[in-house]
Design a protein around this ligand. Structure first.
Ligand code: SF4
Length: 334
């Protein structure tokens, strides 16, 4: 199944409606984390530790829907933790799709084959299988042998049954470029809809010089990994891919991806939770964003996360016709 045209049309209509209302700070994607428990303990993932004290907590179907309504975004990304461990995940997905919102369900793929019957193929729903490299590297990152083979088997079965399937890969400045290209070539051949990439977020309290080098080194890796001549179907928008290659600069717009968890809305963003709050509108307060983003908070210096900057690239394109055209061509694979 291909990326549905109605997804792009819905998003375009929604953004125009928000602009017409005069809203400057509004969500594009609700990040819903209905649980933080996971069946893996991957290197570099902080969620399991961060939510240790509430690891057994689950959002109900009603709580999940309330969060989706409070945010109002037409796209919902369900993550965690491992969403397929949630006993009511089928019902949560069904209820959100019934409202004609688009869902990306992020999974490590271990339970994919076993849980496929809970879902039905529809343009409103896509799995996003997380893979950080080919077998040796992925099994190392997930710290368990066999995770790559299981995830690939689940992904193949989902494609065979007609589901939309995307993948997500975390890139670090030490990533093995050759291995990633092998992975992307295989996934393209298997027929995934698109390849999402997320820069790893490595907060370290080091000197400005080291921080700068870290970001610059990341950009060097992105330039090689995101080589446009390879023809891989990257799913992130082309302006954001340019940003990762160091060819564009954007301010952070993390309010575009408010994140709801078992403790409430993460404030300020998907990455940082200086507090959890009950009212999503606190995340759309302009005063909040005077304090966060590169140059404002030390922890933001190295951040290039899609949750902060992909929305920013779209917002800026709205006032630049040439960028808008690049965006439109890219979204349709042009
Ligand atoms: S720069 Fe990154 S860490 Fe900082 S507020 Fe934006 S998304 Fe969050």
């Amino acid at each position: 199944m291909k990326r549905p045209l109605k997804l792009d049309l819905t998003m375009a209509r929604y953004i125009m409606a928000q602009k017409a209302k005069g809203r400057k700070y509004f969500p594009f994607v609700t990040m819903l984390e209905p649980l933080e428990a996971c069946n893996l303990h991957c290197i570099g993932c902080g969620r399991v530790e961060e939510y240790k004290s509430v690891i057994g907590r689950r959002l109900t179907v009603e709580q999940s829907l309330e969060a989706v309504h409070a945010s109002g975004a037409p796209i919902v990304s369900i993550a965690g933790g491992e969403p397929l461990l949630h006993p009511q995940i089928g019902e949560i997905v069904k209820a959100i799709i019934a409202e004609k919102r688009f869902i990306y369900l992020c999974t490590n793929g271990l339970l994919l084959q076993e849980k496929l019957d809970l879902f039905k193929p529809t343009p409103y729903f896509s799995f996003v299988v997380h893979l950080d490299g080919t077998e040796k590297i992925h099994d190392y990152v997930t710290q368990r042998k066999g995770t790559y083979a299981t995830a690939i088997a689940g992904l193949k079965e989902a494609i065979k049954r007609g589901f939309r399937v995307n993948t997500n890969t975390t890139l670090f400045h030490g990533s093995d470029v050759e291995d990633l290209h092998k992975l992307f070539a295989l996934l393209t051949e298997l027929g995934v809809e698109g390849l999402m990439v997320s820069p790893g977020y490595a907060y370290k309290d080091v000197s400005d010089r080291e921080l700068f080098l870290e970001r610059q080194e990341s950009i060097e890796v992105f330039r090689k990994v995101l080589d446009p001549t390879k023809g891989f179907p990257f799913y992130n928008n082309p302006l954001y891919l340019d940003f990762l290659r160091g060819e564009r600069d954007y301010p952070c717009a993390a309010w575009t991806t408010p994140t709801y968890t078992v403790l409430g809305w993460r404030k300020p963003c998907y990455i940082l939770a200086d507090e959890h709050v009950e009212d999503v509108n606190e995340l759309f307060d302009p005063k909040l964003w005077e304090r966060y983003g590169p140059g404002k908070d030390r922890r933001c210096t190295n951040c290039m996360m899609h949750s902060g900057f992909e929305g920013a690239s779209i917002l800026e394109a709205l006032s630049k016709p040439r960028d808008l055209l690049t965006l439109a061509r890219g979204e349709r694979g042009g």
